[in-house]
Design a protein around this ligand. Sequence first.
Ligand code: ZN
Length: 188
Amino acid sequence: MICGRTEKQFMEEVERFHGFVAPGLLIGGYMVDAIREKISEKVEADAIVETAHCLPDAVQILTPCTIGNGWLKIVNLGKFAITMFDRHTFKGVRVYMDLKKLGSHKNIYNWYMGLVSKKDLPKEILIGSILEAKKDILSSKEVVLREHGKRVKKSTVAVCENCHEAYFASQGDVCLACQGKDYYEITR
Ligand SMILES: [Zn+2]
């Protein structure tokens, strides 16, 4: 079971939300479930994921925390880990993939460490290994947040004198795009 659902139900939700069943998202489901065993649903808990891959969607499917409502943040340490914490006390639990425990789960280890191609380890087999391992490959630690705990308040709005679009005043005298930090060329 993953947060009150069967694995099959969870994987159907994953397919609808994420587009396809990703092995990392299934592991993410077990991660959120492991956290929920330690932090009750009654606690107002915010979430941090340490990679932009897969894990944000596990949190968004299984908890009220989303990127859009600000209760989920990505702190991109490039690690496969999720922390959820009481948003009033900043105390929480960090769950991570434990390499020491992956020794007896070779398929998951080889996939996680990028040692095997999709051809040599088809997704169905990998998913089967994950369904077998469940939470055996995870460890958790109790943590208290030093940073990133506070919800970010929306900044006041200003009008950029260069492009005349409204932007968050905290970004500077002109908008970030006009400071050269845009990501596009206007073509028409
Ligand atoms: Zn501007």
